[in-house]
Design a protein around this ligand. Sequence first.
Ligand code: NAI
Length: 251
Amino acid sequence: MSKRLEGKSMIVTGGASGIGLATVERCLKEGANLVISDLASSDGAAKAQALNGQGGRCIFIPCDVSSTEQVDHLIAETVRQFGKVDAVFNNAGIGGITPAVDYADADYLRIIDINLNGVFRVARAALRQMYMQGSGSIINCASILGTLGQTGTAAYSAAKGGVVNLTRTLALEAAPKGVRVNSIGPGYIDTPLLKDLPPEMRQGLVNLHPIGRLGRDEEVANAVLFMASDEASFVTGAHLLVDGGYAAGKS
Ligand code: NAI
């Protein structure tokens, strides 16, 4: 069987850790050339070096998604090195738990700027390139908190809800140009983002998922792989929950 991303070039923002890194590993095995993009302070360069050649090529391009300049450079540098951009997983994100009334402007805006505006910046730059190519697939990482609210997550859930609806509008604009845009909504996934949770809080999160456990990063990677591949050629503007049944309701 041929590899599912053979010859494709793909960028994963926030690719040095967690869901992003798992997606890089999965998509490399399917024959894609991968850009791990992450903060310059991350260990993305070492991760890329370790993975290079395990399937396609893997390189690191530093980029803070809160900087338009760095985002535009990310796309230009990918084109310089790989010739094109077939898929982008817009995954970089940060967490934050604060009651709404206690939020300082700067903390609230920082979460919105990385989790929502960052997705827009990367999508805008990628779409400009993909329109020239006449093809491409963008996958935006939202969250179960793009569909449901949760106390303490005013900034995060506002950003993720924004990602879900931004995706729909981008999909409408991009469809006539041969480009697909979709979002995914992971439930709670066992990644470094959750590493500092006390055990009782962690169990509380497990209980939210009818499947009875937290998700694994490779389970999200599989959904991204599908969206990036030509198997999803008639899928655009969709929001795919990967949430162990969380949003289905209470049992
Ligand atoms: P993680 O903390 O393991 O990885 C996030 C990566 O994003 C890190 O490598 C970090 O350096 C990078 N990053 C942070 N700020 C950045 C910026 N300004 N520019 C570029 N890169 C930046 O987290 P995880 O869990 O893998 O999360 C990935 C995505 O999945 C995020 O968008 C998160 O909101 C989303 N998500 C995670 C869930 C979870 O339970 N872990 C659940 C639902 C969604």
